[in-house]
Every structure is written in C-alpha cells, then in structure tokens.
Design a protein around this ligand. Structure first.
Ligand code: SAH
Length: 257
C-alpha cells in the first residue's frame, strides 16, 4: 500500500502544472484575474492589475513583429496602457489597434508606438520632444527611457487630462504644454529626438531646425484623412537623411489659427 503515494504526488504536480499552464495561456477575463486570491505579484508603485495582458501584448504584437530595442520593449512592458485610455474602452487597452480618446483623437496602436520609439534610438540623457500628447501614453513610454521629455498638445482638454494622468502615474519629469506643436519648443531646443504623433502634409521647418546634430525625428507625412508615410529623418550637421518606414494612418496635425 506504499506504492500509490508517489502517484498521488505526481498527479497533484500534474494538476498544478496544468493549472499554471492554462492560467498563463488563456486570456483570463479581467474581473476573474483581479479576484484570483493566489496572485503572487508583489505590489509596485503603480496600480497594475493587467501585467500579464501587457506582457502578452509585447510578446505577440511587438516582439513577434521584429521590434528589438531592449529599452523600448522594457518600457512597453512597464507602462500601464490601460491607465491612459478612457473608461469606455478600458477592456480593449491591450488590443492590437488604436483607440478613441475623445475629441476625435486616438491613442496609437501599441505596435506603432513601439516602432516609432525604436526608430528614435532613444537613450538615457537624450532630450525628446513629442508633438501631440493626446493621452500621454507615448510621453510615458519616452519617460521610461529618458528623463528629459517635452510634449505639446493642441486640444486644451486633452492637454489637461494627459497632465493629470502623467502626474497620477508618477511621470512628473515629463514637461507638457498646450499649443501648436508645428512651431516646436524653441526654448528647450535642440532635441536629440522628435516624435510627431499627428500627420502634417509637409515636414514643419521649425522641427527640422530644432533637431540636434545627430538627432532623429520620426514623423508621419501625407494627406489628412488618408494614409501617410512614416519618415525617419536623421540630422548630420546641416544634412538631413530620410528613411521611409512604410504606410501608416494618423489623425491630421491641426493648426491654431
Ligand atoms: N501620442 C498620443 C497620440 C495622440 S493622437 C498618445 O500617446 O496618446 C495625436 C494628437 O496630436 C491629438 O491629441 C491631437 O490633438 C494632437 N495634435 C494635432 N495637431 C497638433 C499640433 N499642431 N500641435 C500639438 N498637438 C497636435
């Protein structure tokens, strides 16, 4: 009668292994995940009950499509995207598409955020300028890599809300303001990296001028309402080199009258 004991243990181990496997692979509804009492996650500074979902997003939508920069991947794994989207699309925060954030604007698809950030080749200490704060999510991603981030938003209500979100999530280093980003932010220029998250029909001259020697700008350019090309512009002295990454769709860059 001693024989069954190892089998019982083996059986139990198998059940535990299967449970862990199923929990890690199945998209568990958020409410269930929240209520699971066996959660082992240690508490972090940020409220973060959707980490598993986020890690899956980075794995399947971003790493699998070729994004490699470890700083970008770490930032995308860390920033709680769901804290930056409106309540009515909360459940879709980690899905593979852009989401509405009000006022006719959108938070970009996670993959596009990752690609644009990777193209910037951002490193700690770099000074970065974002045009189009929107939800504040892209600014938070930048802030995970460098503590010198400036961001301009043209819609006052979005500027205000993004500021509140960034503060709530502890991104105090991000400097924001309301205004027309077409003119850049001369006071803080030059920038090592400039990211434009709304599409103009031409590259704004002030942004080219405010790019540091060796600086990188990522900008979608094309007709409003249609498809645009995502450009990486690299400055070397007074020379600018252009690389066309491919087709994208962004909301138009609007102008203050
Ligand atoms: N980076 C944002 C995406 C926002 S969508 C995020 O992570 O959520 C683009 C944003 O650009 C919109 O909020 C829009 O209002 C803003 N925008 C459009 N034209 C602008 C301009 N000229 N200057 C500053 N912001 C602008």
């Amino acid at each position: 009668m001693r024989k069954p004991v190892p089998w019982v243990i083996a059986g139990l181990l198998l059940i535990i292994a299967l449970t862990v496997f199923v929990m890690r692979t199945l998209p568990v509804p958020r409410t269930t995940a929240r209520e699971t009492p066996t959660t082992r996650e240690t508490s972090t500074a940020l409220p973060d009950d959707r980490r598993e979902e986020r890690l899956r997003m980075v794995e399947l939508q971003i790493r699998a499509r070729g994004v490699k920069d470890p700083r970008v991947l770490a930032a995308m794994e860390k920033v709680p995207r769901h804290e930056f989207v409106p309540a009515d699309v909360l459940d879709e925060a980690y899905n593979d598409y852009p989401l509405p954030i009000g006022y006719g604007q959108t938070i970009s698809q996670p993959y596009i955020v990752a690609v644009m950030t990777e193209l910037l080749k951002l490193k700690p200490g770099d000074k970065a300028l974002e045009i189009g704060t929107g939800s504040g999510y892209q600014a938070a991603i930048l802030a995970e890599i460098t503590d010198k981030v400036y961001s301009i938003e043209i819609i006052p209500q979005l500027a205000e809300r993004a500021r509140a979100t960034l503060d709530r999530m502890g991104y105090h280093s991000v400097v924001t303001r309301h205004g027309d980003g077409y003119w850049g932010w001369q006071e803080h220029a030059p920038f090592d990296a400039i990211i434009v998250t709304a599409a103009p029909d031409h590259v704004p001259q002030p942004l080219l001028q405010q790019l540091a020697d060796g600086g990188r700008m990522v900008i979608p350019v094309g007709p409003p309402g249609g498809y645009q090309s995502l450009w990486l512009i690299t400055r070397e002295g007074d020379e600018y080199r252009n690389f066309n990454w491919g087709g994208v769709r962004f909301v138009p860059l609007t102008r203050l009258e």
